[in-house]
Design a binder for this molecule. Structure first.
Ligand code: ARG
Length: 580
């Protein structure tokens, strides 16, 4: 239990003794650190309920809390705020003896659906946001102790497939994939590269938009693919294989791995039996020739349209696939919670899917983390200089080369091998974008500003990494000098106390970030911790400290700080480099 949890537990009991709801005893980190470490505002509400004077009630509660934990300093301020300061002895004792990461949350099976790239289309900035946020949420759920599956849920079955096949049949009509008579085995290697596909996609998609006959041919090719035309399936498999290879390269640079590489195509055979069942049970019904599930609820302020499962022409939709995916996740993989990290503009779609899922008896907890856009300096979704969609690969390369430039400009890389230098640059570049992204509430849009993201001071990824590098190198020197750590002393300088107090809050912040599924809580904490370390480092001697017990205490504080920071960077998916 953290000090906050410990005090809260006692305080909640005390509120209950007064005939009040326990949750009124919740603490928050004080807005006025000069007055206390934590504050409880529950006496104000409690007094209203009991028709008492809030200061009088505050006094009663404070006295009982003091009796329960005599070492606390407690004061009533203003109309009845309870300010609480923890004794320095207790803080030190906590950090000396407790192990972090004690979460008593019942273990759940959690599936996180993130990244969601599309086969044969380039990965873009939207996929980047999903990947960054989803990966941290995944790590957070693992850290809390859940059994977690990360599923990439590739878009590998949409109309873009038919478009590509049709366009290729025009460009290379002689390929065996288009010959219906062909009985042999198809070539092992793809006839096109990913670059070809990415170049072709905008061309054919543009043609389909303006020419209905071309669009019809592409649709037909999609249907034939879906019905299993042999040559088309073989070609499709090439598209999938080369796309996955490319996705894996990007994901590796981002430090992201998936447990399930499933795509939309996986569910095509699962859809017909599911729909049969829903028709038989009368949950799905026909409306104007299409199959739907009504998902409207009485409390809806704006109408929520029915979920469309099958079009008049028999085709399935994005929503049909998503519903079948939920069914497999719940029924086969035993998911108790499913978290989707997808562009906020898909919010209504997921609301419909979740409602339909509940209606058909798929009991799980569903979360939709709908993120905002990453914008350019014009406030519009981020583009390349030429005005096109910025590809993920280009963006990553840009970040890494900017980082490389910064390190070389600062004269840092001279004694390092090119490979080490590249590795450091990659860690800095990736940390810059991840931290810039994660420090906002996911729903917010933010502006891409490489200058700002890359700064070594301020609330940036590089600053966090730099702090980590400094702590590591200090501990390295300490080890080399044969110095020993010792228990954290109760006589702390104010800057030391601030840092130690912050260390005790690790579990509290992790829990909050998890409960709200909000990585920015971790970013705020990491930044605050690094700043507090820097202040501590300015005032507290370590290597030159003559008093050995004091020195030992400070070594322990430094070690703990690094331990906490490493846990945080681990959750944020950023790596502290060897040097900076
Ligand atoms: N492929 C989709 C896109 O690029 C994202 C998929 C999100 N996940 C899902 N289960 N629908 O927008």
């Amino acid at each position: 239990m953290t000090p906050q949890q410990f005090i809260e537990t006692k305080l909640k009991d005390i509120f209950k003794e007064e005939g009040l709801d326990g949750h009124l005893g919740s603490l928050k980190i004080s807005d006025r650190p000069d007055l206390g470490d934590y504050q409880c505002n529950g006496a104000l509400t409690g007094a209203k309920i009991l028709s008492k004077n809030p200061r009088v009630l505050g006094d009663i509660l404070a006295k009982k809390l003091k009796d329960a934990i005599p070492s606390l300093e407690i004061e009533i301020a203003g109309p009845g705020f309870i300010n609480i300061k923890i004794s320095t002895l207790d803080l030190g004792h906590y950090v000396n003896t407790q192990s972090f990461c004690q979460f008593s949350i019942p273990k759940q099976k959690v599936i996180i659906d993130y990244c969601g790239p599309n086969v044969a289309k380039p990965m873009h900035v939207g996929h980047l946001r999903s990947t960054i946020i989803g990966e941290t949420l995944k790590r957070l759920c693992v850290f809390i102790g859940h059994d977690v599956i990360g599923d990439i849920h590739m878009g590998d079955w949409g109309t873009q497939m038919g478009m590509m096949i049709y366009e290729l049949s025009l460009r290379h009509p002689d390929l065996p994939y288009f010959d219906q008579e062909f009985q042999g085995s198809y070539p092992k290697n793809s006839p096109v590269t990913l670059e070809d596909l990415q170049e072709i996609y905008p061309i054919i998609s543009g043609k389909c938009k303006i020419d209905e006959t071309i669009a019809e041919k592409a649709r037909l090719a999609t249907v034939e693919l879906q019905q299993g035309r042999r040559g088309y399936r073989a070609l499709w498999q090439h598209f999938v294989d080369i796309s996955i290879q490319d996705m894996k390269e990007h994901l590796q640079k981002l430090g992201v791995e998936f447990d399930q590489w499933f795509g939309e195509s996986r569910y095509q055979d699962q859809i017909p039996p599911l729909l049969d069942r829903l028709i038989k049970s009368k949950i799905a019904k026909t409306s104007e020739g299409a199959l739907i599930i009504e998902v409207e609820e009485e409390a809806d302020k704006a109408p929520v349209p029915p979920l469309l499962l099958q079009k008049k022409d028999g085709g399935f939709l994005y929503a049909t696939t998503d519903l079948a995916t939920v069914a497999e996740r719940v029924n086969v993989f035993g998911a108790e919670r499913i978290i989707y990290v997808v562009d906020g503009r898909q919010g209504l779609h997921f609301e419909q899917v979740f409602r339909a899922a509940k209606k058909i008896g798929l009991q799980a907890h569903y979360d939709f983390i709908g993120f905002g856009t990453m914008n350019g300096s014009d406030g519009k979704p981020f583009k390349t200089r030429e005005g096109g969609v910025m590809r993920l690969g280009e963006l990553i390369d840009m970040l890494i080369s900017e980082a490389l430039k910064r390190i070389t400009d600062a004269g840092l890389g001279k004694d390092l091998s090119p490979a080490t230098l590249q590795d450091i640059a990659q860690k800095i570049g990736i940390a810059a974008i991840k931290f810039a992204d994660l420090q906002h509430d996911p729903v917010q849009n933010y502006q891409f500003d490489i200058e700002k993201f890359m700064k070594f001071e301020g609330k940036t990824g590089p600053y966090i990494l730099y702090a980590g590098v400094r702590m590591r190198s200090m501990l390295q020197k300490i080890r080399e000098s044969g110095l020993k750590e010792g228990p954290i002393l109760p006589t702390l300088l104010p800057e030391e106390r601030e840092l130690v107090l912050s260390l005790t809050r690790f579990d509290d912040y992790v829990l909050r970030a998890y409960e709200k599924l909000s990585p920015h809580i971790l970013c705020d904490y990491a930044f605050d911790l690094c700043q507090k370390f820097s202040r501590f480092y300015q005032v507290a001697y370590i290597l030159n400290e003559k008093d050995k017990t004091l020195q030992g205490s400070r070594i322990s504080i430094t070690k703990k700080t690094l331990e906490v920071l490493e846990n945080l960077t681990g959750l944020l998916g950023i790596d502290i480099p060897e040097k900076m």
